[in-house]
Structures are given as C-alpha cells and as structure tokens.
Design a protein around this ligand. Structure first.
Ligand code: B1N
Length: 823
C-alpha cells in the first residue's frame, strides 16, 4: 500500500527495473549534453568547465543508480543481513574517477567528453575533495565503504553531512592558517536529498514515568535529521551501497510567536541551533574536542541512524527481536558510542522491551572498533553535561553500569580499584562518562586495527574489561582499497603489473605476488623505474606550481605525509634533516645521495607544538633551499593543504616512506600501506601495521629502526634521561643547538627554544632515544639508493607483497568474524 511504501526506502519496493542505459561513447555524449541543457540550463557554447563536470557526474550517477537499486532490491528479496557502519568521519576525496573506474567506463567517458571537446582529466581536477574527516580514521571508513561494495556486502555508511569539512590549510610566512572548506559551494551532484527520510532528534528536557513504570523522554529541544544519500560503487559495479549523511534542520524554521513579537532574530534561534549541529567537522585528530557541541553532534547522528535502522528493520521484518540476525552495527571508535544507550532507549521506551531483552539485543547487534590508545584521545564527558543533554541516556547508563559492575564483582577476581577502572563512570575528580567503556560493554566484539595495537589494548586500556569478557577483543588489521590507491592513482604501475600478474589484481591483490619473479629482471626494473620517474616528474610539477620550488626528479623523494602530531615525530625527521644538512656542509666531498625531503599535513587548530613543527619545517626549508653548498643534494619542502587528492599524487611519486612514530603509539597507520603498494621503501619503527608489513614484505626489504613498544614502555617506567642521550650524540647535539639558537629563525631566535627544551627535559615521544638509530638507518637508505638495481628489486618486492593489506581482506574478516554476513 502507499501507506506502507512511505515506511520503506523507495528502492526497497518491488517494481520492475528500468531498462539499463547504454554506455557507448555516443550515448554518453548525448546524455552529457542532455544534462547540460535540461539540468543545468546551459548551452555547450557557454558551459564552464564546472558545468561540464556537473553534467558528466550526473551522467555517471545515472549509470550507478541502476546498479544501486538492483543491489537494494536484491538484499530486500534475500531478506539478508545489513551492515551499518557508523562514523563521525568519511574522508572520501573525489568520487568521479572512483565511480568511472569501478563502472569500467574510463575509456568510454574519455571518448564521450572528447567528442564534446572536453578533457576528462581536466574537469575531474575541478571536483571538490570531500574532506569529511581528519585523517586515517576517516579515510579508513571511506576505503571500507568501497570494499564493502566490492566484496558484495549490503552496507550503509552513516555519518554527518558537514557543511564545512576539514579546514583548508594555507601557509602564511610558513605558519599554518586555517580557512573554512566550502565543498558544497557549487552543489553536490552525487547526492540525493531524501526529504521524506527524516527523524526527530531531541536534547535536554525531562523524563515522564507512567503507572507501569514506563519512561518517556520529553526533550526540551527538538530538531530534524534529514538524510542525504551518496551511492558508493564497488569494483566492476558488483554492488552499489549507500552512504547516508545527516543534516540538521530546524523543526520551527521561523518561530512565529517570537517573530510577531518583533524579535526577528530570536525567531531564528532554532534555525541557528540546528544549523550548528551539522555545520562543521571538528578538526581534531586523536584529541577529544571536549565541547558540548561535539557530544550533540555525536548523539545527533547516532540517534538518526538508529531510528533509520529500526524503521527499516520493522518495515521489512516486523519483529524487533530479530534485529541481531538482520543488522550489524559497527561503531567507528567511540564517537558514536552513545548509540549503546540510544539503542537501549529505543528498544525499551519505544519498542517496549524489558531491560534484559534490550540489553541482549543491543550487545548482539553492536560491535566497536578502537583506533587509539593515546590517553588524551579517550573520550569522556562530564556527568552534569551528559545528564543535562541526555537525561534518559544517563539513567540507562547508570543501570547498565550497575549490571556490569555486579558481573565484575560476582567473579570475585577484581579488587575495588579494578572495579572502579571498569566503571562507565570515572569517579576521579569531576565525574565523567567513559565512552570507551560504554562501547566495550555494549558490544559483542571490540577490535583493534593492527596486531600490535590489539595486544596493547588487552594489556592497557581494556585490561580488566578484557579479563571480565575475554572473548570480545579481536584484531582486524587495517587495509586500503587497491582501486583508489593503485589503479586510479598509479595507472602506470597498475598496467605494468598486469603484464606479469594477469588481470585479477583488483579483486585479488595477492596476485601482485607474481611481481616477485621479475624483481631482479633488469628490463622490468627499468620499466618500473620509468613509471616512478614519470610520477615524480608530475609531483615536481605540482611542487613548483604550489610553492615555486624546483626539485630534481632524479633525486630520492623522501616523503612524510600525515596529520602533524608529536607522536608521529615529524620533528625527528626535521632534526635529522638538519643533522644531514650539517654533515653535507662539513663533508661536501662525500658522495651524498641527492634527496628531496617532502612534508605535508595539517595540525589541529589548537595544537601549539604541531603548528610550531610546521613552521620549523618551513624555516629549515627556507635556509636549506637557499644554500648553494647543498643545492645539488638536498631540498626540503612543506606542501600546503594536504588532502586525499594531494596524497593521490604524492604516494605514487615516493621513493622513501617515513613511518617513524614512537613505537606503541600509532594504532595502525594506513599511509604506510599506500606507499609500499606503490613501490616505495619504508623507513619505520616497529609500530602499528609496520610490524605486519615487515612480516609480509620481508625484513630484508624494509628499513626498521628504533625502540620497540616494550622498550619504550620500559624506558618510560624506569626513568629516561634525554639529556644524557643528547650529550652522547654529537650529531643530535649539533642539530638541536642550531635549531634552539635560531639558525633557522634569525628573525626570532627564541622561536624554537621551548620546543627543543621539551626534548631536553622530558621527550615523551623518544625523539632523542631513537635519533641515532634513525640517522644510521637513513645512511643505510643512502647506501641502498647508491645500488639502484638493489633498490629497484626491493621496491618491486614491496609492491608485490602488499596483497594482505587490501581493505577487501580486512572487510572479509569483519564480514566473517564480526558481522556474520559471509560464509
Ligand atoms: O585511525 C587510523 C589508524 O591507522 C591510525 O593509526 C590512528 O591514529 C587513527 C579522535 C581519531 N585513531 N584515533 C583517531 C580521529 C578523530 C578524532 O576526533 C580520534 N584516528 C585514529 C585508522 O584505524
């Protein structure tokens, strides 16, 4: 019935399929002109490149839509289980090339646009980079969306449609300046606005209890969450899934009562409050934002998503208790952890289940991925704030807590301090709700993102909860999608590889293994190197265009690109660069391996040291690049506004990948995987997924240095004196003295005094402790570079052996071991 249809997704209906659109170039060209005329209202003679892009996207989108509806219908028909990936962040980047390659229409689209006098490569550069994420966590969610479609898992991504994503970074005299990113400026032709799919989201207010003790939450503030859907195309368009992002809307756009009183601004209050909810992404990576607006955002998208999930479930299955068999909800870190309480509220207060049944369903439906152990990154909210915004959820959390602590005490194995550590409420000082513990107890699976990280999770943050529920923690080592991170960003290497591996590598990255057989082949090495060289030429062009610096593409491109964070140790890289600069000046007669040291990355707006590290990189670059004594062997550059699109140019052009975090601190890393797959050698610590990369690539093909996680922990526990270490290292002493005395900041000699003093006094991130080992490893790298055939063989073996790190493998493991949706 029409009434029922209103309850279902339009695509859930069992209607005959439309005739598929043909995709021969002539038809595509005709369709592009059609969209230009009827959707944009322009004639080919006046169309701007942006208009052509929009028209082309609309045509590609049409081809996607057919597969999309078919995928949705098929899941509906099969009564299959769906995966729901809840994430505050989806760092998608551009979608044009992704969709066109996965539809296998690259040639056809090029031809079609060519007929119209338009170059595909030119217009796709105009597509804004959808930066609805900070870094690795958000990019992982985007790779997972693509992989879930590629391995044919019915899945929805749920998040927030931020009006302003990750800020645009500019450099002003070497300092980071943040500017708002306006990715929606020219509209977003990929998305479908679903005015009919909206849910009420409440905040504050009070709880009403009836005679039967049933509770109803009466929020004081209410908003709409409105859905925007973007289709995500899998490899060869096997399946198309939905990324559903929520925008907040006022329920009362203009409060008439206030308006009529003459309070015209007051009448807009609701609108402004709604607008704030989905306005901007918090640009904090691995640091909690801490503000009330962040908690409101978290609840906003969690509640909308859960209401949508339950609505879809009830419309199809009609029985709430079958939820765990039909829905798997994955929480991407603790950002959606309030979902545990919201699902309990919906099950108890709306679907009238008793607490025990609701708790059982919640745990069997929800799973949680932890992405960091950094203590400062573990989310917790002050109890008074939580109670005021979400009073009913606070009540439920107390009830859940009582139950968990009862279970803990019943084992008789935990002392009071341990029980206090497992509590959902941190009682030290100001009482706070611990979101990590809430996610843990409300989930049947808690996974880490690399082998090392998962083991550390068991030993540190979740030690006692792991003892209480020993079957819950499991590992799912991260991965990357080979479509975007090999085929699309490095077509040269992709095509060369296929000559050896055959055509299956995009659905089976393990098949890259065949490259091992040609690693020592001189002719193959030459072609492999020529592709790298072409990628470096292209990057050299980008560098010159962006910052006006000429670099020699025959030099080693040594690249560190990621968020700027002290634990990632860009500072160690810069200090080593200074030491190298010093060495080259002292020994100009030696045969130095020519290097271009490249940096890019954003710093959280309030992270003082991270911003200072950006300035230092730029100060060092200015001095080094101007020095005729080192001009032929060393160049340093910091490229502004690092984003997915810039990564797609930098990754294929790298010779050396810097993965040098303090061991035990980088949960996984995924940039490390992108570089190795594209034939860069890694210099890195035994941290995160580097550990597993070494196992797969072979210890002889990766340059590992520095303290292990256990050694770092031991040093921190037993007192570590950086001053002694610095005194024992002439190279490090020299470099630090130069930096702190103002050699690179003559106009402000004290600029780096505090930064260096931090290294001398405490050095939490072990820069000094690892420095000599790092510098020695860099000289080993120079030695390998000098033997080009050896370097090329190692690089080829890196690309050959990265199959395990395909996100298809990761997703299949989630599908089998957590979601129970395959095999
Ligand atoms: O998640 C990535 C990992 O590869 C990285 O090692 C890890 O650092 C990253 C709060 C985070 N952990 N935590 C965050 C992001 C935003 C935020 O507001 C924390 N990001 C990571 C994928 O597993």
């Amino acid at each position: 019935s029409a009434l029922l249809r209103g309850q279902m997704d339009t695509t859930d209906m069992n209607l005959p399929s439309p005739t598929p659109k043909s995709s021969d170039p002539a038809r595509l060209a005709a369709d592009i002109v059609d969209r230009l005329t009827y959707r944009i209202g322009k004639d080919a003679t006046v169309a701007t490149p942006d208009d052509w892009l929009t028209a082309a996207v609309l045509v590609v989108r049409d081809r996607v839509v057919e597969r999309w509806m078919e995928s949705t219908r098929e899941t509906y028909r099969r009564e299959g289980k769906r995966v729901y990936y809840l994430s505050m962040e989806f760092l998608i980047g551009r979608l044009m090339r992704d969709a066109v390659t996965n539809l296998e229409l690259v040639g056809e689209m090029q031809e079609a646009l060519g007929e119209l006098g338009v170059e595909l490569d030119l217009i796709r550069e105009l597509e804004p980079d959808a930066a609805l994420g900070n870094g690795g966590l958000g990019r992982l969610a985007a790779c997972f969306m693509e992989s879930m479609a590629s391995v044919d898992i019915p899945a929805y991504g749920y998040g927030i449609r931020y009006q302003n994503g990750m800020f645009r970074q500019e450099l002003s005299d070497g300092w980071q300046v943040e500017l708002p990113e306006t990715w929606l400026e020219h509209g977003n032709p990929w998305e479908f606005e679903r005015r009919e799919s909206r849910y009420e989201i409440g905040f504050g207010g009070h709880i009403e209890r009836d005679d039967a003790d049933n509770c109803t939450w009466k929020p004081a503030e209410r908003f709409w969450a409105e859905a925007f859907d973007t289709p995500i195309v899998g490899w060869k368009a096997k399946r198309v899934n939905t990324l559903r992002l929520w925008r907040a809307e006022p329920i009362d756009p203009l409060e008439l009562e206030a308006f009529n009183r003459g309070d015209h601004m007051g009448a807009l209050q609701d609108s402004m409050k709604a607008e704030a909810l989905s306005r901007v992404l918090y640009p904090a990576d691995a640091t909690p934002a801490g503000q009330a607006l962040r908690l409101r955002q978290e609840f906003f998208f969690s509640s909308a998503s859960l209401q949508d999930i339950l609505r879809r479930h009830m419309a199809q299955f009609g029985r709430i208790t079958s939820l765990p068999e039909k829905a798997a909800i994955q929480l991407n870190d603790t950002h959606p952890a309030v979902s545990v309480a919201e699902l309990m509220r919906l099950l108890i207060d709306v679907h009238n289940l008793d607490f025990d049944t609701a708790w059982d369903i919640t745990k069997r439906t929800i799973a949680y991925t932890n992405h960091t152990l950094l203590p400062e990154a573990l989310e917790s909210w002050p109890v008074p704030l939580f109670e005021q915004l979400l009073p009913r959820h606070m009540q439920l959390i107390y009830k859940i807590n009582a139950r968990v602590l009862r279970e803990a005490r019943a084992t008789g194995t935990f002392d009071d301090a341990q029980v206090a550590g497992m509590s959902l409420i941190d009682e030290h000082g100001e009482r706070r709700v611990r979101m990590g513990n809430l996610a843990f107890v409300g989930a049947h699976s808690i996974n880490g993102v690399s082998g090392l990280h998962t083991e550390l999770m068991k030993e540190t943050v979740f030690k006692d909860l792991h003892k209480l529920y020993p079957l819950r923690i499991n590992n799912k080592t991260n991965g990357i999608t080979p479509r975007r991170w090999l085929m699309q960003c490095n077509p040269g290497l992709y095509n060369l590889s296929r000559e050896v591996t055959g055509d299956s590598i995009m659905s089976d990255l393990d098949a890259m293994k065949a490259l091992d057989t040609v690693a020592e082949d001189a002719a193959f090495q030459e072609r492999f190197a020529a592709i790298k060289r072409a990628n470096k030429d292209r990057l050299a062009g980008v560098i010159e265009k962006r910052i006006g610096l000429k670099v020699d593409p025959s030099a080693m491109f040594d690249i560190q690109i990621k968020r700027i964070h002290e634990y990632k140790r860009q500072l160690m890289n810069i200090v080593e660069t200074v030491a190298l600069y010093d060495q080259i000046r002292s020994h100009p007669e030696r045969a130095w391996a020519p290097r271009v040291k490249l940096f890019a990355g954003k710093a959280a707006s309030s992270y003082h040291n991270a911003k200072l590290i950006i300035k230092l990189a730029n100060d060092v670059a200015r001095v080094v690049n101007a020095d005729p004594a080192t001009r032929d062997v060393l160049k340093v550059a910091f490229l502004p506004n690092y984003n997915v699109s810039l990564a797609e140019v930098m990754v294929p052009a790298a010779d050396l990948s810097e993965q040098i975090s303090t061991a035990g601190m980088e949960a996984s890393g995924t940039g490390n995987m992108k570089f190795a797959l594209n034939g860069a050698l890694t210099i890195g610590t035994l941290d995160g997924a580097n550990v597993e990369m070494r196992e797969h690539i072979g210890a002889e093909n990766i340059i590992i240095f520095g303290l292990t996680a256990a050694e770092v922990a031991e040093k921190r526990a037993n007192g570590y004196s950086p001053e002694e270490v610095i005194a024992a290292s002439p190279e490090l002493s020299q470099a630090l003295k130069a930096i702190e005395s103002g050699v690179f900041s003559p106009e402000d000699r004290n600029r780096y005094a505090d930064l260096v003093a931090g290294l001398r006094m405490s050095d939490w991130f072990m820069v000094a402790a690892d420095f000599d080992s790092y510098a020695a490893a860099q000289r080993d790298v120079d030695g390998i570079w000098a033997e080009q055939p050896r370097w090329q063989a190692m690089a080829i073996r890196n690309a050959a052996r990265m199959g395990y790190f395909s996100s298809d493998r990761t997703i299949r493991q989630y599908g089998r071991e957590i979601w129970n949706v395959i095999n």
